[in-house]
Design a protein around this ligand. Structure first.
Ligand code: NAP
Length: 241
């Protein structure tokens, strides 16, 4: 079995990489020498990513991916060997892309928000991981950006229900994938990044995307096979389901 190359340059794929936490992951990964496949819905409009690519020639590839569209997963799986090389494999997949529909009120809930949240936040990471599984090394890491808001035991009020429900589903996706990929030594975790100052985190957020991404990468580096299926925060503490 190949071991994940914790201290060597790795091949990492990040979804939703054009802004927020996804962009911060890419910056951190590049700074430590990794090869990054940064995916986003509209590469042509991903100004920050394309600027970053200019500063790291040959180490940052920007590819299109809509995580809510399974056809897009298949196209990415076909394109990846072109940037990784025929023998190239991914050491780490960061399922970061996510959506939060704000302003939901009980009495005015619509199916559309729930369907979009489910497709993007839960089904997307599941089907993308399945599509990319042949391109993961044995011993790889798969990290799902979940949220404390998806923890059933920590619900204290009615709020952002389509998001909360979809992140609870993502937590189950993590548990299922941990078993599906166990025999290949692939470690799958769900993580809570903290309350982060991004477009989604909004005002009042407690930490920067750089701090969160840095903490999460330390947590990811320290993952052991027995951690597969766990729910951890950006400082490595267990989050109750
Ligand atoms: P953000 O600033 O709103 O960025 C979200 C990213 O996801 C954007 O790049 C967006 O791309 C992308 N995205 C949305 N739908 C997509 C789709 N269908 N296909 C591909 N990309 C898509 O959010 P963030 O704060 O960086 O959040 C990153 C992750 O952390 C999310 O999963 C979020 O739920 C989780 N999280 C964040 C916080 C927080 O406090 N910020 C807390 C807990 C968990 P576009 O630009 O194309 O929309």
């Amino acid at each position: 079995m190949q071991a994940s190359r914790a201290n060597a340059a790795r091949n990492v794929l990040v979804t939703g990489a054009n802004r927020g936490l996804g962009l911060a992951f890419c910056q951190r990964l590049l700074a430590r020498g990794d090869h990054v496949v940064a995916t986003c819905r509209r590469p042509g409009k991903a100004v920050a990513l394309n600027t970053l690519a200019g500063h790291h020639p040959g180490r940052l590839h920007v590819l299109p991916l809509d995580v809510a569209a399974p056809k897009s997963h298949d196209e990415l799986a076909r394109e990846l060997p072109l940037v990784l090389g025929e023998e190239g494999r991914l050491d780490l997949l960061i399922n970061n892309a996510g959506v939060l529909h704000s302003g939901e009120r009980f009495g005015k809930l619509t199916a559309a928000n729930f369907e979009d949240s489910f497709r993007t936040n839960a089904l997307g990471p599941l089907l993308l991981t399945q599509a990319l599984a042949p391109l993961l090394i044995d011993g790889a890491r798969v990290v799902n950006l979940s949220s404390q808001l998806g923890a059933v035991s920590q619900v204290t009020r009615f709020g952002t229900p389509s998001y909360a429900v979809s992140k609870a589903a993502l937590n189950m996706v993590g548990a299922q994938l941990a078993h599906a990929l166990h025999d290949r030594g692939i470690v799958v975790v769900c993580v809570h990044p903290g309350w982060v100052s991004t477009d989604m985190g909004g005002e009042g957020a407690q930490i920067t995307p750089e701090t969160s991404a840095g903490g999460l990468l330390d947590v990811i580096d320290a993952l052991q096979p027995e951690d597969s299926g766990r729910f951890l925060d950006w400082q490595g503490e267990t989050v109750a389901w």
